[in-house]
Design a binder for this molecule. Structure first.
Ligand code: ATP
Length: 916
């Protein structure tokens, strides 16, 4: 029977679990408990163990055909053939295994990176802990947007509402409380108001709770027992290629069968033709394609991680390369999120504030008199606030680095919302600290900030028992709630003209790119027995105190990234909850607002229907005073216009828009669990420039996939055509089966893999985004593949014919064999770019490729010159004159490539000249 924790009092639960509500567990006992109870995870489908991965390689269709061929060779007594084919099969399997293992390992590393975290109190300090390390007895803190990491008995809370649909199917959030629920016989999960369960989501408020059960012992564990996390990790391209692979298999088998039938008809020995057919099929079918695509994706994903972009869903890698619009939050993504209050409007005067960053040192310069209202405003700023100022040792690049001075050493920082941090610093500059005030006053109520309401309120009770509400928020919203103003030590009604004056000052501050907050207070009537405080009661008849304007400088890297995106045909749109004028000023500084672009507000959006919005969305580059629900409409409008939309989000309410976007992006530092879960990509540094970097990598990955498709298929077409044309023209077979199999190994293996990690081409962010519907073979890729393959075949047959003139058929075959291999090893360098010739791209840009080609060339030479390999591969040692022929023929595609490009460039220049 499970323990009925909800029936017990808080103290009883704490004692039973052997923990402390204030200090939590110490690290040592947390470690011991982790060993005792196991990790806090739901059982999931096991991953394929490495040995099985190796065995699976032999289940491949092509390998099965090869094994059948080995059997036939063995039965016919052709031992040399049988053993060589076996060795090739094993090497193939090892290569396949290494590729798959590497891909799986990188995917695993990725999963670990996106593992959820929780906030726990250990050793008396608040810490971020991996959710899987949470143990019974841990004291866990919850905030809006958090996913509850384990089953908790709640100890204290403020306005906590939890959405429990994952567990109960009920999508309305449940209001929680802490009182115990003794004396009830039948209690359903949804009724246990003093508990929060693993996997449910905090949609509002904050709380502290003690963990009562973890992992499979949680309610989630009970009902699901086996949660299969297996998500479909395949990308659309992978799926399309798999499909293509299947059609290619059928086509290749058909062609190979034709070659076999023609050969036999012409009188070639049956066994030879059978083996030739099988080898050709093996060589022709690009069986390595799926593995190389996975490797290219996995390596690309690693490169993105190094640039701070963490991919949560593999398909996003592909979609990133197609992005045409990025909708980005302002605060923290496009700006530094280093807020500093610069100016305050209070009473009749404006106050200029000096000082840097979060250092609570600075002066107030009044342009009028300093009345008592200033201190009241500072008190409101300190109390209606959850941020904590910290002072710590931070290195350059650390979170609290002083951006102006770059100072090292003990630097002031903020834990919590930077907007509130700035207000905390403002109060501290006036020697007002929240912890000092809280010695005499108690917080009874809190309605935390939320971007829909655009305000936050708290209620404090002083020693005499009277209640005061402190509220802060967006000025336009706050003025609606204010009926009075505090001026010259007195509360007077707020006249229409005073309101206008405040709004005028608000606009002036906003025009200077300041984020403006209004501060106010209210006298709250004493509570009747059984009555609870509500937002409505606190936020009515407010007394206006003043305005505080803070700067948040744009990130210089974001300004650059916006330009890069524009060159790459990607529009950046800023979406912010800030005032229109602030947004406009910041948008200008960021270079977002150009002639013809519009600034739209949430209020304007409310008046538009979806069709109007669709039209306007093409022109708007800044949206101001919007709420998360507007974000959803904006994404939809852009998508309907045919855009591929990347959308950032952090708060819990952003999740639907992030989910709806083609590429949902969550903030790694400031984002909530819910938004991260809805996203396809997480920015580890919350920085806009990382989005641009990820797009660049996404484009590069797609290009690399095209590069090796071009390479692999051109080579395969060449191999098939050589054999096909030879039998058609009545020539002896130019290649023996073992040579074909070998060629498949040395050319398709290492060089193709190295192409998959090719660095991005320099001009990749100077091109337009790719159409997501576009085929992988667009831009004439299939014709190029056929052209190159034909060239390979003609060249190889020429070398073969010359060989026949110069000596016996073995010499001719060795020449044909080497010509085709070197064709491929040279051609791989041309595949590094579809637009530029090999002279422009250079040979050494991809060191792995150079190494791969060198290894493959050395292996090829070894089957030519190592004595005991010659009979197996039916090669004869070549002389210099043979090599001259081979290399000159193998270089033809490069020469043609360079010449064509030069002619094309000249033609383009001429056209430009004529146009000019
Ligand atoms: P984004 O991060 O999407 O760019 P934002 O930070 O610009 O959004 P919000 O956080 O939704 O926008 O803030 C909207 C408005 O609410 C601000 O202009 C400010 O006036 C007010 N505001 C912001 N933070 C707080 C807070 N902690 N308490 C009270 N009011 C706030």
């Amino acid at each position: 029977m499970t323990t009925r924790w909800f029936e017990m009092g808080r103290q009883e639960v704490i004692e039973k679990l052997g923990t402390c509500a204030e200090k939590g567990l110490d690290e040592q006992s947390a470690k011991e408990r982790l060993e005792q109870y196991g990790p806090n995870k739901l059982a999931s489908a096991g991953r394929t163990p490495p040995w099985l991965m190796f065995v699976n390689q032999f289940k491949d269709f092509m390998v099965l055909i090869l094994l059948a061929a080995t059997l036939v060779s063995g039965l016919l007594g052709e031992w040399a053939d049988a053993i060589t084919i076996m060795i090739i099969v094993v090497i193939n399997a090892i290569l396949g295994f290494v590729q798959e293992f590497r891909a799986e390992k990188s995917m695993e590393a990725l999963r670990a990176l996106t593992a959820p975290e929780a906030r726990a109190i250990r050793n008396g300090l608040e810490r971020k802990v991996r959710a899987s390390d949470i143990v019974p007895g841990d004291i866990v803190l919850l905030d809006t947007g958090d996913k509850v990491p384990a089953d908790l008995r709640l100890l204290s809370l403020s306005n906590l509402e939890v959405e429990e649909s994952a567990l109960t199917g009920e999508s309305n959030p449940v209001k929680k409380r802490v009182a115990n629920m003794a004396g009830q016989e039948e209690v359903s999960l949804g009724d246990t108001r003093n508990m929060a369960y693993m996997g449910t989501v905090v949609v509002r408020g904050r709380a502290k709770g003690v963990v009562v059960s973890t992992g499979m012992h949680t309610e989630m564990g009970h009902i699901t027992k086996m949660i299969q996390e297996a998500e479909d990790d395949q990308t659309p391209l992978q799926r399309r290629l798999e499909h293509l692979g299947k059609s290619l298999v059928i086509f290749c088998l058909g062609v190979c069968a034709l070659v076999v039938v023609l050969g036999i008809w012409r009188g070639e020995p049956m066994y030879h033709m059978f083996l030739a057919g099988v080898s050709l099929a093996v060589a022709a079918i690009p069986e390595g394609l799926p593995a190389i695509v996975t490797i290219a994706l996995a390596i690309g994903v690693q490169r993105m991680i190094r640039r701070n972009a963490i991919i949560r869903r593999l398909p996003a890698v592909e979609t990133l390369g197609c992005a045409t619009v990025i909708c980005s939050d302002k605060t923290g993504t496009l700006t530094e999120n280093q807020m500093t209050v610069r100016s305050v409007m209070v009473g009749n005067s404006t106050v200029r504030i000096t000082g840097e960053g979060y250092d609570p040192k600075g002066e107030f310069h009044f342009d009028g008199s300093k009345g008592s209202e200033f201190n009241k405003l500072l008190k409101c700023a300190a109390l209606c606030n959850n941020a904590v100022l910290t002072k710590g040792e931070v290195s350059v690049g650390g979170m609290f680095r002083n951006l102006k001075t770059g100072n090292l050493g003990r630097i002031w920082g903020v834990n919590g919302d930077p907007t509130e941090g700035a207000l905390m610093v403002l109060a501290a500059k006036g020697k007002i600290w929240r912890n000092e005030l809280e010695k005499k006053e108690n917080r009874l109520f809190e309605a935390p900030f939320d971007s829909d309401r655009k305000r936050m309120s708290v209620v404090y009770q002083d020693a005499s028992g009277s209640l005061t509400g402190y509220v802060k928020g967006a000025p336009d919203v706050m003025l609606e709630l204010c009926t009075h103003i505090y001026r010259d030590g007195r509360v007077v009604p707020l006249s229409g003209s005073a309101k206008e004056e405040i709004l005028k000052r608000n606009s002036e501050m906003a025009r200077d790119a300041l984020r403006v907050l209004a501060l106010a207070y209210s006298e709250v009537s004493p509570l009747k027995p059984g009555e609870e405080l509500t937002e409505e009661a606190v936020e009515k008849d407010l007394v206006f105190l003043g305005l505080a304007g803070m700067i948040d400088p744009p990130r210089p890297a974001a300004i650059q990234a916006i330009q890069t995106c524009r060159r790459a045909g990607i529009r950046t749109v800023m979406i912010t909850g800030d005032h229109q004028l602030t947004a406009q000023a910041v948008g200008k500084e960021l270079g977002l607002i150009t002639s013809g672009s519009k600034v739209l507000t949430g209020a304007q959006l409310d008046k538009m229907d979806d069709q109007e919005l669709q039209l306007e969305a093409e022109k708007a580059s800044v949206y101001a005073r919007v709420t998360p629900k507007h974000k959803l409409r904006i994404v939809r409008a852009l998508k309907r216009n045919g855009h591929v939309v990347a959308m950032t989000g952090d708060g819990v309410n952003d999740a639907p828009a992030v989910k709806e976007a083609d590429i949902g992006i969550a903030m790694g530092k400031s984002g909530t669990d819910v938004t991260k879960e809805a996203s396809a990509m997480v920015l580890a540094d919350d920085n806009f420039k990382t989005i641009a970097a990820a797009i660049e990598e996404g484009r590069a990955i797609y290009n690399n996939i095209r590069k090796f498709i071009r390479y692999l298929l051109s080579c395969n077409v060449g191999e098939v055509l050589v054999m096909f044309l030879a039998v058609l023209m009545g020539m002896p077979l130019p290649l023996v089966p073992i040579q074909i199999l070998w060629m498949n190994l040395v050319t398709d293996g290492l060089p193709a893999m190295a192409l998959g990690v090719d660095p991005a081409e320099k001009d990749i962010m100077y091109r337009r985004p790719r159409d997501p519907q576009e085929s992988v073979f667009s831009d004439g890729l299939s014709w190029r593949i056929l052209g190159t393959g034909t060239l390979f075949a003609i060249g190889t047959l020429m070398a073969f014919a010359l060989g026949l003139m110069l000596g016996p058929v073995e010499l001719a075959r060795t020449m044909a064999f080497n010509t085709l291999v070197f064709f491929q090893l040279f051609f791989v360098f041309s595949c590094r770019s579809e637009r530029h010739s090999i002279l422009e791209v250079g040979l050494f840009g991809n060191p792995q490729l150079v190494l791969a080609v060198m290894i493959s060339a050395a292996l090829q030479l070894s089957v030519n010159y190592i004595g005991f390999l010659q009979p197996i591969f039916q090669t004869v040692p070549l002389e210099l004159k043979h090599w001259v022929i081979i290399i000159s023929i193998a270089l033809v595609p490069q020469v043609l490539g360079v010449t064509f490009k030069a002619i094309k460039d000249r033609a383009k220049e001429k056209i430009m000249y004529i146009r000019a």
